[in-house]
Design a protein around this ligand. Sequence first.
Ligand SMILES: Nc1ncnc2c1ncn2[C@@H]1O[C@H](COP(=O)(O)OP(=O)(O)OP(=O)(O)O)[C@@H](O)[C@H]1O
Ligand SMILES: [Mg+2]
Length: 482
Amino acid sequence: MRLPNQKLSRNVTLINLLVSAAALLLACAAFVGYDQISFRRSMVSEVSVRAQIIASNSVSAILFNDATSARSTLSALSASADVMWAGICTAQGKSFALYQRTGTDRVPALPSIAPGQMQSVLFGNGDIVLARAIIFRGRSLGTVYVESDLSTIAQRRKEYAAIALAVLLASMVAALLVSWLFAKSVADPIVGLAALTRDITEHKDYSARAIPTGRNDEVTLLIGSFNDMLGQIERRDRALREARADLERRVEERTAQLTHANKELESFSYSVSHDLRAPLRSIDGFSQALLEDYDAKLDAAGKDYLRRIRASAQRMGVLIDDLLNLGRVSRATIQKEKVDATALAESIAADLRRAQPGREVEFRIEKGMEAWADPGLLRIVLDNLLNNAWKFTSKRGHASIEFGLRRDNGGPACYFVRDNGAGFDPKYADRLFGAFQRLHAMTDFAGTGVGLATVQRIITRHGGSVWAESAVDQGAVFYFTL
Ligand SMILES: Nc1ncnc2c1ncn2[C@@H]1O[C@H](COP(=O)(O)OP(=O)(O)OP(=O)(O)O)[C@@H](O)[C@H]1O
Ligand SMILES: [Mg+2]
């Protein structure tokens, strides 16, 4: 994988180039500036010395009005290549003698000497003109003017610029070389480290390692620490994976054990319940035979005992039937299909009315309710819930039972059976769904306590849940989803 094209080394190169270029330009500027100033200064003092010599050599020429001698003094300036023009003026300002390098009559702009001063300098465009007073015994005899050419300064400037450019180019090349070396030794390992980090983040492969540079510096330390960190993460990751795999294996084992134990228990209770029926039938049958065949020989107490034996045997038969049903529900294969829940509830309600036509019960069953469930098992669920509602409203003058569907936004369809019967203490709402758990006395409301356990098993097998809300004497609501 390529990083954003080795930005680090490119940036370092750029910074190197900029810094060296800036430093060099500054140094050149300072050096050229200083050179110009000192060169001008030395020019002025050179011209001044010449003017001074001419001034002292021309004193006698002025005193004796010997212009030829003055001109000859001036002509000595021809030895200095930079002197363009020179002249001597008398104290009255009259031109006394002249010297010109070229044959022209050109006279440069001349500076005037301030009172009390010995000389004055005027810088022109490409030349310098110096005026020097000629003094003899404290008296001014005139002035010497010397014009010197400054084209050497411009020449020097050009030479400096060329040298600065050459040095600049050379230092750029050197900076590039330094950057390249830096990239090799520092930037490359860091760029590689960054690439590796990104790679690991993407692919979560903690077995990858950064390659050490082999040198003894901070980059090596960084790479070493990074590799150590990767090692730790890798070990932890492996330990975590192993722990998870171990946990999964254990859960699987336990689930298999539990499923096996559950199956054994179910088939055991099924065969026990089944096998109990035959002796029970014979207890009930022989009790009945006793009552019928030995009617004359038994007194009232004996007959009462026999009737009690029969009632208990029959109750036990119901219990066994319920247990068998519970086992059957657990084993039955579920075949889901679209079921008309409204019609199912209406038929159960009709059965209930037929069984106890004397009761005044108002049924309110929502129209058009459909469910995706096993029809046989859903009938058992509704049968239990509506039977309970019917039973626990039996002491109400006006009983009302409602079966409807509540759709909470987004959630699964939630069916409910509501009644205005005896209700129960909500503290025990969870307990109701255990087998043989009853909250009401047998004398108040008959039952074995297996109904809701059966309901819960069916609902759980459908992947839904069932729960109840109630208060003593306030009726009860049973909710279930599928
Ligand atoms: N609609 C209800 N109103 C009040 N209490 C209820 C209602 N439904 C169930 N219960 C309480 O929950 C207990 C368990 O109900 P469940 O249906 O399992 O047993 P049961 O009705 O007593 O007997 P059966 O096995 O014949 O159904 C009941 O005994 C009763 O105390
Ligand atoms: Mg019941």
